[in-house]
Design a protein around this ligand. Structure first.
Ligand code: ATP
Ligand code: MG
Length: 412
């Protein structure tokens, strides 16, 4: 069918033509916004899930939702080895700018911006002894016209500074009767010290009943990252597991956009599409897109799906799996291959791997004939690259759905 009218959108953070199966998450968020606006205690939200399940897309939708409630919002995408100080300053700058036109006292906004500037320009001293002396003022300019103030949020200790900065931002939101939401994507990549500071700040704000929440999204081990930083983090956040779509939602993701183009699916086509995608949103979009392009007419049939599937798979192999696999060194690839083999139960496709089960690291060492400790560097590097995660001690799993299956089809 006419490819120009193809509605499907496989791609990182690409807004789907139909956000299917996330009604519960959206409802929860609405309640959170309402409660906070009324001064009720609420926890910050953390969305966790595998690659391609739609965390970024959901985070963006929640952000739009907050904006429609007249909240101030800002968003960060965390990166390994990057300090949170500047990105969070930029996000809060954005959030407060959204609120400023509704504030009756411009000097209060300026006072906050002065604190924000001081915060942003204060470089965090390198941790550990013997590091270079901290610079008092960085030359970096955050694009704030107001002069930096001093004495607040500029101690250089990220934990103290973040608590002060976020409380001041929340006070601005209180003045205008709404709130501020800071969205942090790839939150598992925030450094240990910064995570700890964020938890402390969220803890403090929730005790004060201040209208500022953090909404994070990350890989399934995000809860472990947070509780390693602060033991109370389990109670501090509300975790929501973002998972593959169930059959009804997956069908809706395909059918609703098609209907708008006056195209229908035969039941058997939907059966086969669900079998292929496993309900993973990225795959739903990828198979949907290829099938649309190949189908000569409506209704789309199972035969159309069968013809299109190899193309979808070839595209996934390059764009979704291959691009990630290429980030790994030869030693890391060997490690993942061993994982992929062990993820198969009874040597059959459709075993443990399809349930995203974890593999004990001791088994991987045994399979490779190595000492477990000698494999730690490969494991740690793969975790840092976001290819595997360790949800439970002593085990690892792929962050990418169907990655094990993909690796087993690749020649060594
Ligand atoms: N609820 C949904 N219904 C239909 N399609 C969706 C849904 N959520 C996401 N998608 C589609 O799935 C794909 C992946 O979405 P997204 O990039 O948000 O995933 P992610 O979890 O952030 O992945 P990663 O961990 O790689 O960042 C996109 O093509 C998007 O259009
Ligand atoms: Mg994402």
């Amino acid at each position: 069918m006419y490819p120009v009218r193809n509605p499907y959108a496989p791609g990182a953070g690409q807004r789907p033509p139909e956000l299917a199966g996330r009604g519960r998450e959206l409802d929860v968020f609405d309640v959170v916004l309402e409660r906070i606006a009324r001064g009720r205690p609420e926890r910050s939200l953390m969305l966790t899930g595998l690659r391609g399940v739609g965390k970024t897309v959901l985070l963006n939708t929640l952000r739009s939702e907050a904006i429609s409630h007249l909240w101030g919002t800002g968003k960060i995408e965390a990166r390994p080895d990057q300090s949170l100080r500047r990105p969070i300053a930029a996000a809060l700058h954005m959030a407060v700018r959204e609120l400023a036109p509704r504030h009756r006292a411009p000097d209060r906004i300026d006072a906050f911006l002065g604190v924000l500037k001081a915060f942003a320009q204060r470089s965090t001293p390198p941790s550990g002894r013997g590091g270079a002396a901290p610079k008092l003022r960085d030359r970096w300019q955050p694009g704030i016209d107001v002069p930096a103030s001093s004495g607040r949020a500029d101690s250089g200790d990220i934990e103290i500074d973040l608590v002060e900065l976020l409380s001041d931002a929340a006070a601005v939101a209180t003045d205008v009767g709404t709130g501020i939401a800071v969205f942090i994507d790839e939150m598992q990549d925030v450094g240990a010290e910064d995570v700890s500071a964020l938890c402390a700040a969220c803890h403090e704000l929730s005790q004060l009943g201040a209208p500022l929440i953090v909404v994070g999204a990350g890989l399934p081990h995000l809860p472990a990252v947070l509780s390693a930083a602060k033991s109370y983090s389990e109670r501090l956040y509300r975790y929501q597991r973002i998972d593959r779509l169930d059959r009804i939602a997956a069908d809706q993701a395909l059918c609703a956009p098609a209907e708008r183009e006056e195209v229908e699916y035969e039941q058997k086509a939907l059966d086969l599409l669900y079998e292929k995608s496993g309900g993973y949103p990225y795959f739903v979009q990828a198979y949907g897109k290829a099938t649309w392009d190949h189908a000569p007419r409506s209704p789309i049939t199972a035969a159309d799906v069968r013809v299109a599937a190899p193309e979808a798979e070839a595209e996934l192999a390059v764009g979704f799996f291959g691009s990630r696999f290429e980030r790994a060194t030869p030693a890391e690839r060997e490690y993942m291959r061993a994982m992929a083999t062990l993820a198969l139960v009874d040597g059959e496709e459709g075993g443990r791997d399809d349930m995203d089960a974890a593999v004990p690291t001791a088994e991987i060492a045994r399979a490779l004939g190595r000492k477990p400790a000698s494999l730690s560097p490969a494991r740690d590097a793969l975790i840092k690259k976001g290819l595997i995660y360790s949800g439970e001690r002593g085990t690892v799993a792929f962050t990418v759905p169907h990655f094990g299956r993909y690796l087993r089809t690749q020649p060594a």
